[in-house]
Design a protein. Structure first.
Length: 179
């Protein structure tokens, strides 16, 4: 977990919480027959979700060199056995994270948040994946501010496919003025 902490820039609180979940799983004998990396990845992901940290399952799987599918399977196992309630990530945090990774100007970030607020008021983001909404809103803001980021670049950084960005864009462009 310490190596993952260094690679993913996770806080001490997240690591402590994930260690607690891992110990709890060990006591309940849920680790037996599973890969340690997979269970550790799932514990870290649960801790990130509980504490509203921005740890994505894809990042955790890359840093642990474990399959995303294995980590997701272990996450579901922990979720079922411990009867956890975990909130959906806030799209604003996703917008900030993706925008920082893209190194876009501050005015584009502000515009993306403004576009998101407009879409949220019209209840168009309900039930949509927060990362997909964030990636689409950043794309729309880049068009509006003239940053002209490509869908491909946003897709590569955010982990959301270009098709998803295009589909969300088609849904949202009717409600936001980009000119």
């Amino acid at each position: 977990m310490e190596k993952l902490k260094e690679k993913s820039y996770l806080s001490n609180a997240v690591i402590e919480r994930s260690a607690y979940i891992y110990r709890k799983a060990a006591i309940a004998q849920l680790i037996r027959g599973r890969s340690i990396k997979g269970v550790v990845g799932a514990c870290v992901y649960v801790a990130c979700r509980e504490m509203d940290a921005t740890g994505m399952i894809i990042d955790i799987s890359k840093n642990l060199q474990e399959s995303r599918r294995v980590i997701a399977k272990n996450y579901r196992m922990l979720f079922r056995n411990f009867k956890m309630t975990i909130s959906v990530p806030d799209p604003i945090k996703c917008i900030v994270k993706i925008a920082n990774n893209l190194k876009i100007p501050e005015n584009t970030k502000r515009e993306a948040i403004h576009i998101f607020d407009t879409l949220k008021q019209k209840k168009l983001t309900v039930g949509k994946k927060p990362d997909a909404v964030a990636a689409t809103v950043i794309y729309m803001a880049s068009i509006k501010t003239g940053s002209n980021l490509s869908q491909q670049k946003i897709s590569k950084i955010s982990g959301i496919t270009g098709v998803t960005i295009r589909n969300r864009y088609k849904d949202y462009v009717k409600y936001v003025e980009l000119i």
